[in-house]
Ligand binder design. Structure first.
Ligand code: FA5
Ligand code: MG
Length: 454
């Protein structure tokens, strides 16, 4: 992994992504190192942990009821990613501090839900799964990377084709066909909440929504049970001291603009509750706007990287992007025979090198449009710092934390200190090399964010 050169390239007039060319404008904020990953498609790479995870999840949602879509382009319209799903105009997810824009109307999808409206309209199958790369400007640590993978799932029933138009009966009939399980599931919240998670009274009854929710929950619980039983089987095989604990999962109330009611599924793992997916009863407006008003159903979105990290015991999300044979060879043959699944055996852990960078944040008046990262008029964003570090250091950065922040009362100037942890997963970084990277980080922070290094 070679750090990017420190020299500055001018923003391109156009960019080509997976063979298609797009005009950029002042909204463009996608760095080269992120654009370079749009062609990797780890979810389709045979024997890659992300791809294996996809395969296992797909097996829980069989055809022909469910159709799989694994090749949707990551460039979508702002309309598809946000408006079609009912995101309000001022939703923070739309900000340039959180989302990679190509131009004001075009962006790198931030979630696979961007394709829901299109598939609800196509009506090619009652259920579908979409697996794809998604992009978010975010913090840097061992579980966050600007690109990760999601799987979207949805299932609909059509009021005009089920017997007597009785959706609840049709859903319960399908639920009866699903296997059962014997794990402990906590589900403490009432199904509806008047403000946060109202019943869609104009469109269906409580009994219908409850039937859909029951089908949704069982389907997802079965998926989690399968993943964790495979994870445990691998653990038992490789680790004689492995202590088998019963799987605990719980449903917690959640909010999404395009589902109501909504939930998140959490799994108790290694001493803590871990969020693995979001889901809910789809808002009827989506089906109506897609030209399929008689359909109703559920949708979910799950993080494939997060599941793969649990399944393969991967401690750092960066390793998924590695081309090191010591990583990839550990999974050879698994795509064709899932019983060969093994936990990842880390190669020797290389030493970390911590470096601090402290600087004065420019006062708003001095952000005279020369600041090409932060959104003008918005506050100085952590994600801007993260992106610059990632842009320079590539995969040699493991973690970036804000460790100190204060404002000088005399002049209102803010000082910040970030601690950067440099560590390659593949080799030992020399001190000289790390210093060089860190110097380049400082120089880019000065140049792009107009900070004053202390
Ligand atoms: C969504 O993205 C919704 N589109 C999910 C959804 C779909 C809800 C359909 C309702 C119906 P969220 O931002 O919480 O929600 O992400 C969903 C899952 O993606 C998370 O539960 C997590 O497993 C994974 N995820 C989110 N952010 C990251 C990240 N930075 N790195 C790795 N995985 C992530
Ligand atoms: Mg979430």
């Amino acid at each position: 992994v070679t750090p990017a050169p420190a020299k500055e390239a001018a923003a391109p007039q156009e960019v080509t992504i997976n063979g298609k060319t797009y005009q950029t404008d002042s909204w463009f904020n996608a760095p080269e190192n992120v654009l370079a990953l749009t062609s990797r498609k780890l979810h389709l790479e045979k024997d890659h942990p992300i791809s294996i995870t996809r395969q296992i999840l797909e097996s829980k949602f069989p055809g022909p009821t469910y159709k799989y879509h694994n090749d949707f382009d990551p460039v979508v319209s702002k309309y598809e990613n946000f408006d079609s799903l009912g995101f309000p105009a001022d939703h923070p997810g739309r900000a340039r501090s959180d989302t990679y824009y190509i131009n004001k109307d075009t962006l790198l999808r931030t979630h696979t839900s961007a394709h829901e409206a299109q598939l609800f309209g196509a009506r090619t199958s009652p259920g579908y799964l979409i697996s794809a790369d998604v992009y978010r400007r975010d913090e840097i640590d061992r579980s966050h990377y600007p690109v990760f993978y999601q799987m979207e799932g949805a299932r609909v029933w059509d009021r005009s084709t089920v017997p007597n138009g009785d959706i609840a009966a049709a859903v319960y009939a399908d639920l009866a066909e699903l296997p059962t399980h014997d794990i402990e599931v906590e589900d403490r919240h009432p199904p509806f909440h008047a403000e946060r998670n109202p019943l869609q009274t104009e469109h269906h009854s409580a009994a219908e929504a409850e039937a859909i929710a029951a089908h949704l929950k069982r389907s997802l619980e079965l998926m989690v049970v399968d993943i964790f039983s495979r994870a445990k089987a691998a653990a038992r095989q490789q680790d004689p001291d492995f202590v088998d604990e019963p799987l605990r999962v719980r449903w917690v109330e959640a909010y999404f603009p395009f589902t109501s009611p909504s939930w998140e599924l959490e799994v108790y793992y290694a001493g803590e509750w871990l969020e693995v997916l979001g889901c809910g009863v789809t808002k009827q407006e989506l089906h109506i706007n897609a030209g399929a008003p008689s359909q109703l159903g559920w949708a979910f979105g799950i993080g494939l990287d997060r599941i793969a990290m649990l399944l393969f015991q991967v401690p750092d999300i960066r390793i998924f992007w590695s081309r090191d044979a010591r990583f990839l060879d550990q999974f050879a043959g698994v795509s064709d025979d899932l019983s060969k699944l093994q936990r990842f055996i880390p190669f020797s852990k290389h030493p970390a090198c911590y470096k601090d960078v402290s600087f004065w944040v420019p006062l708003p008046s001095s952000a005279d449009g020369g600041n090409d990262m932060a959104v003008s008029g918005q506050e100085f964003h952590d994600n801007d710092v993260m992106e610059i570090v990632r842009g320079v250091a590539g995969d040699t950065v493991e973690d970036v934390k804000l460790v100190d922040q204060y404002t000088r009362p005399e002049n209102g100037r803010q000082s910040r200190c970030y601690r950067v942890c440099y560590r390659s997963l593949e080799r030992t970084l020399t001190n000289k090399e790390t210093n060089k990277i860190h110097l380049a980080v400082k120089s880019q922070l000065t140049k792009k964010l107009k900070v004053q290094i202390r």
